[in-house]
Design a protein around this ligand. Structure first.
Ligand code: KIV
Ligand code: ZN
Length: 508
């Protein structure tokens, strides 16, 4: 029997901590449902003490997503532990994860506490969580920069207090693989009751070592890896789930370990997380990047045509990358469209399917071939309009090198009221944003604007990604259309809707 590595996904907690990656409650639920499809063992759904929105999201996920363990994070504080329990108590399999710094750097400069005080706080909080449930995880934060002897001492004490998983974080991504492996090995050798807990690792990517450190740890006996989809997370991010899972699978000969992950769901999960967080996946990203299975050199292409294994170590189908080169067009019917959606892994409710089909027909009128990437973009655009507050109804722009760029905008409010206004700008996008600002008066600053085409060709859909900042918080907006000015208007409306929804949630 091969040993299993438990996959603990923290996309919705550490991943969401990435600057500009805020998700609303519905988006978190949608990702959690997809993580369940992917087969992750544990979903860390948030830190319930941080905001009412996070409490609501974790509670909802706990109620709705039944297969995985649902975990709530808490710093070592009674209120935070109680709030984490409140959030996960309705889960079929609840977990509370308590963390507290253990490095002298943090103890001296941040917490101003002695090692003994920290040890007591850690045990007290584990015991407090233990009053509520059995499954309790403890993390000594900044473990990789802590004195190993002190880590052994804390781990022994928290396991005695009831921790069933002990997680070793490389919080600031400082460790090197050999060194981190030695720490894990040292834990197995020096913590006398370590057989009563699962040893987990949680690695950050500041020096690009997160995946290497995580994999080295399982060689030394760790059996839980904390990771995120697309490697998103604080600063340079966390260990990437897809890279870890595929490394364990493709190099099973080396690791002799398995996971419960359905790898065919990886691509879809990666796309969804990228879409909802607004973080694009870099083209050369291992496993899920757009170029991960593209061969440019003639020699490589020749080899792959003769036998894929010559230059491909994994079959793109194993990670769920659609292999079909079939394209849909103007004459394709609803049935073919629905089938294509199913092949891409979407099962849309009737209303959503109708909306997507109408959008497809509109697109097919403008564009000869509708590809899988176009379809994914249409579905994503449909998603964005589901929970919107203001709906962008019309965009009319005049621009050119002689006239003054002018935009007229019509929006529909949640009560169905139609609002219209116009504005001048330095360019068409500026004019559009000014016109929208006249209707939705929310102070904000545009901090990022990017446009890219979904496919090749002059008739391609353009996808606009923007970030706006308001009261120190960054919100992402996306929009897609064959007209990039319309896509820009959609992206801005999307960002404003997210800003307004977050404000409302904070006031609740
Ligand atoms: O990086 C870290 O130390 C964390 C802990 C809360 C586990 O995210
Ligand atoms: Zn972290």
């Amino acid at each position: 029997m091969m040993d299993k590595v438990i996959i603990f996904d923290t996309t919705l907690r550490d991943g969401e901590q990435a600057a500009g990656g805020t998700l609303n409650v519905q988006e978190k639920l949608e990702i959690a449902r997809q993580l369940e499809q992917l087969g992750v063992d544990i979903i860390e759904a948030g830190t319930p003490i941080t905001s009412p929105g996070d409490l609501e999201a974790v509670s909802l996920i706990a109620k709705e997503v039944r297969a995985p363990i649902i975990c709530g994070l808490a710093h070592a504080d009674p209120g935070a532990v109680d709030r984490a329990w409140e959030a996960v108590k309705e889960a079929r399999h609840p977990r509370i994860h308590v963390f507290l710094s253990s490095s002298d750097i943090h103890l001296v400069h941040q917490l101003k506490k002695s090692r003994q005080e920290i040890l007591e706080m850690a045990c007290n909080m584990v015991s407090r969580a233990k009053q509520y449930l059995d499954d309790v995880e403890f993390s000594p934060m900044d473990a990789s920069r802590s004195e190993p002897q002190y880590i052994y001492q804390i781990l022994k004490a928290v396991i005695d207090a009831g921790a069933t998983t002990v997680n070793i974080p490389d919080t600031v991504g400082y460790a090197m693989p050999d060194e981190f492996g030695d720490l894990i090995e040292g834990i197995f050798k020096n913590v006398p009751n370590i057989d009563r807990a699962v040893v987990s690792v949680h690695c950050h990517n500041d020096l690009g070592m997160a995946v290497a450190n995580s994999l080295e740890s399982v060689r030394k006996g760790a059996r839980q890896i904390e990771c995120t989809i697309n490697g998103i997370g604080e600063r340079a991010g966390n260990a990437s789930l897809e890279e870890i899972v595929m490394a364990l699978r493709i190099r099973q000969d080396f690791y002799n370990l398995t996971t419960n992950i359905d790898t065919t769901q990886i691509y879809r999960t990666s796309r969804l997380v990228s879409e909802l967080t607004g973080f694009p996946v870099q083209p050369n990203k291992a496993v899920v990047g757009a170029n991960a299975f593209r061969h440019e050199s003639g020699i490589h292409q020749d080899g792959v045509i003769k036998m894929p294994i010559t230059y491909e170590i994994m079959d793109p189908k194993t990670v769920g990358i659609p292999s079909s080169t079939l394209v849909l067009g103007k004459v394709s019917g609803r049935h073919a469209f629905r089938e294509r959606l199913a092949e891409l892994g979407y099962s849309l409710a009737e209303e959503e399917l109708n909306r997507a089909f109408n959008a497809f027909k509109e697109l097919a009128d403008k564009k000869r071939d509708v590809t899988d990437k176009d379809i994914e973009s249409l579905v994503a655009e449909g998603h964005r309009t589901v929970s919107e507050i203001y709906h962008l109804d019309r965009v009319q722009v005049t621009c050119g090198d002689r006239g003054i760029p002018t935009a007229a905008i019509r929006l529909i409010t949640p009560d169905g009221e139609v609002m219209a206004d116009a504005a001048l700008g330095t360019g068409p996008v500026d004019a559009v944003y000014r016109a929208i600002n006249r209707l939705v008066a929310v102070p904000n600053e545009l901090t990022e604007f990017t446009v890219k085409s979904v496919t090749e060709g002059i008739d391609a859909i353009g996808e606009v990604l923007i970030r706006i900042e308001s009261d120190g918080i960054t919100y992402t907006g996306r929009g897609a259309d064959t007209d990039i000015i319309v896509a820009s208007a959609k992206a801005y409306t999307n960002a404003l809707n997210r800003l307004l929804a977050a404000k409302k949630a904070r006031q609740a």
